[in-house]
Design a protein around this ligand. Structure first.
Ligand code: C5P
Length: 317
């Protein structure tokens, strides 16, 4: 049976501003999302039964309908019943490298890879924007994960404006294995503590969403200036996550004290903290220094870099 093997990169947020509450329970956002080299490998294969089967190497990742990749396959079955009848069921194998519940869009990028893989398996010929639209019904970060690179994301996070690619800014990611933050909890807590009524004024909202396009961090990205980008990192969710999770704050403090760190911030709803570097060597050195400064086997550290793409097909059989 035909199969496709795909690379599904993680993302970090270089910027996350909460513009206000929405009546659907979500939040209106202005973000800058960046794909990184840390990635899962996904295999998508047609099978002769008419079922969806998910396998995963990570014990914490569910393989039932609560898995976002599973839900992506269900969505394709619902949207394209004729293709499903013609090609049969789908077996999805997730080889996870991206930490789970980490603020790195691990689940979202798996869902994006399943959409791309089934589009190929079933020879649907969907465009990137059609895949993004389907992805938006699964989760706010899924559309970005399809094409990846560097982009401004507004609305729930699903409205994308690409930015010129930022290649090879080096990154150290730090995450405590046993520490997970629920994205829903982070936004709900933010709403309780800092919620506002800005959204009732839609003109004001539109102006604030478009302000990010001319903001200082976008200028730094256009200038391809890693030092300046690192100075302009911003994440409103730190206001609720850092007080609740002191270890996340401690990671930032340890990074901030190391030589060569251009800037450090929590990604998305956390708890992953990242630091930016000009060179791979500096990133590798700081990884070792953080390992020495925090003696804790629960702490995972990764060296990676910014990349210019989202889902990529690596082989087909
Ligand atoms: O869209 P997604 O399912 O990935 O979002 C996970 C949770 O994060 C949502 O259930 C919601 O609580 C919160 N969220 C939000 N506003 C957004 C995106 C996510 O409140 N723009």
């Amino acid at each position: 049976m035909p199969s496709y093997s795909l690379i599904a990169p993680a993302k970090i947020n270089l910027y996350l501003e909460i513009l206000g509450d929405r009546s659907d329970g979500y939040h209106e956002l202005a973000m800058i999302l960046q794909s990184i080299g840390l990635a899962d490998q996904i295999n998508v294969r047609s099978i002769s039964t008419d079922s969806i089967v998910v396998h995963c190497n990570h014990p914490q990742v569910p393989t039932d309908q609560s898995n976002l990749g599973y839900r992506a396959a269900e969505l394709m079955v619902r949207q394209f019943p004729k293709a499903f009848a013609k090609y049969g069921g789908v077996e999805i194998t997730l080889n996870k490298q991206i930490p789970v519940a980490a603020g790195l869009a691990g689940g979202s990028t798996n869902a994006a890879a399943v959409l791309v893989g089934i589009d190929l398996l079933w020879k649907l010929g969907l465009t990137q924007s059609e895949l993004e639209e389907l992805g938006g019904t699964l989760g706010s970060d899924v559309p970005f994960c399809v094409g990846g690179g560097t982009a401004i994301a507004t609305g729930r996070g699903e409205q994308l404006s690409p930015l010129p690619s930022l290649d090879s800014i080096y990154i150290v990611l730090a995450k405590y294995r046993s520490l997970e933050v629920s994205t829903a909890w982070a936004y709900k807590t933010y709403r309780q503590q800092f919620g506002n009524s800005d959204l009732r004024d839609s003109d004001n909202l539109a102006a604030r969403a478009s302000a990010v396009h001319s903001g200082a961090i976008v200028k730094a990205i256009l200038d391809k200036d890693p030092g300046e980008i690192a100075q302009k990192l911003h994440n409103d969710l730190e206001r609720v996550v850092l007080p609740a999770y002191p270890q996340v704050l401690q990671l930032q403090e340890v990074f901030a004290n190391q030589e060569g760190v251009l800037g450090t911030m929590m990604s998305g709803s956390g708890p992953t903290v990242f630091a930016l570097f000009e060179s791979q060597q500096q990133a590798e050195e700081v990884k070792l220094q953080v390992r020495e400064a925090i003696i804790d086997e629960d702490l995972e550290l990764f060296v990676t870099r910014t990349i210019t793409h989202g889902i990529q097909v690596v082989s087909s059989v």
